[in-house]
Design a protein around this ligand. Structure first.
Ligand SMILES: Nc1ncnc2c1ncn2[C@@H]1O[C@H](COP(=O)(O)OP(=O)(O)OP(=O)(O)O)[C@@H](O)[C@H]1O
Ligand SMILES: [Mg+2]
Length: 339
């Protein structure tokens, strides 16, 4: 068992707009070991970004944590004051956003943006900070780093901008890197390069990662464990090697069925019918019930917290045997179990 780096306990996040309150994260708990990569998957709007932002302490206007703990290296980050939070953010936890253009400063040289962290948090002089920025730019594969130091974000391609974001996030050698769909805005070839870069950096620095993605193929390539979110809640958690061939929540099974079978040319995609519920007034009972092929009467009322199985896996489904049987019978998912 690796050392525990992060323990999220019963985390709740609300977002208040002038009209309504969105329950974006509800009662989410999980652990992350040092050097491990956790993937988080789930449909659009299920709370993945708000979960990452709550861990980092960077919720949007109107957002607040209404319960729970975020214990990072033994300290509850939610108990820190703003200055202490900023220090953790600058030094120990880095974040890579989906769209680098919105996260970068458009009127500042990219090299200076990379140098900011080491100067502010590690006591580097301006000159040493710049030197460190050039090294980081080389490390993340930006060619001709010395010249590009003075580029503005708009002068770089999407892939290069994402490399700059990665360099900023890694500049203070954080213990944890939060990646929010870091490759979604990029074309497939560049996506692949960025994923390989992150994998390489993870292996060479030992940084732990939480990796939000829509893509289960990316999860199987990058992550040791997997958390599946549905309508603000975690519905399944476990090792990737256990969950992908043997899902214990019907929502995970639905996501897996929607992944193309790359071995067959005419693979049929089987999307999950229906849409997730509103998070303003979520329904009673299991939130996935209206879309679930295995739903029974007893799914309609009560709470559905994550239940741990003997192997240390967790699912919120009370009829997980039905789900597992269907997964084993599925020609594609069942065959993955054999590998
Ligand atoms: N700034 C905001 N103000 C109010 N509600 C918001 C805000 N940002 C997100 N939400 C709502 O919070 C919920 C969770 O959103 P979140 O962005 O975490 O979803 P997500 O899982 O990251 O989705 P995606 O895959 O599309 O990025 C959604 O219902 C969304 O509509
Ligand atoms: Mg998001």
């Amino acid at each position: 068992m690796t050392d525990l780096l992060l323990s999220v306990k019963n985390l709740r996040v609300e977002l208040a707009t002038h009209r309504e309150v969105v329950h974006a994260v509800e009662d989410v708990s999980f652990d992350l070991g040092a050097g491990q990569t956790l993937g988080i998957v789930g449909e659009s709007g299920c709370g993945k970004s708000m979960l990452l932002r709550a861990i980092l302490g960077l919720l949007p206007r109107g957002g607040r944590v209404t319960g729970g703990q975020v214990i990072f290296q033994g300290t509850d980050l939610l108990s820190l004051n703003n200055q202490q939070r900023r220090d953790v953010r600058g030094r120990s936890i880095g974040m890579i956003f989906q769209e680098p253009m919105t996260a970068l400063n458009p009127v500042m040289h990219v090299g200076d943006q990379i140098a900011e962290g080491p100067i502010a948090h590690l006591g580097y002089t301006k000159k040493a900070g710049r030197q460190r920025a050039v090294e980081l730019m080389q490390q993340v594969g930006i060619p001709d780093a010395r010249r590009r130091f003075r580029a503005y974000p708009s002068e770089l391609s999407g892939g290069m901008r994402q490399r700059v974001m990665i360099a900023i996030a890694l500049a203070c050698e954080p213990q944890l890197l939060l990646c929010d769909e870091p490759t979604t805005a990029l074309d497939v070839t560049i996506q692949d390069q960025i994923l390989k870069l992150l994998l390489h950096l993870q292996e060479s620095t030992g940084v732990s990662m939480i990796f939000v993605t829509h893509d289960l193929a990316v999860v199987s390539q990058m992550c040791q464990s997997l958390a599946v979110m549905y309508a603000a809640e975690l519905v399944e958690f476990g090792l990737v090697a256990s969950v992908l061939p043997d899902p214990t929540h019907p929502y995970t099974l639905g996501l897996l069925r929607a992944v193309p079978d790359f071995d067959k040319v005419k693979a049929m995609l089987d999307p999950i019918p229906g849409i997730p519920p509103s998070l303003v007034d979520p329904p009673e009972g299991c939130r996935f019930r209206p879309r679930c092929e295995f739903a029974q009467e007893d799914c309609a009322t009560g709470d559905f917290p994550l239940q741990f199985t003997e192997e240390g896996r967790a699912s919120s489904c009370i009829h997980q045997v039905l789900c597992r049987n269907a997964a084993h019978a599925d020609p594609v998912i069942g065959s993955r179990a054999a590998h």
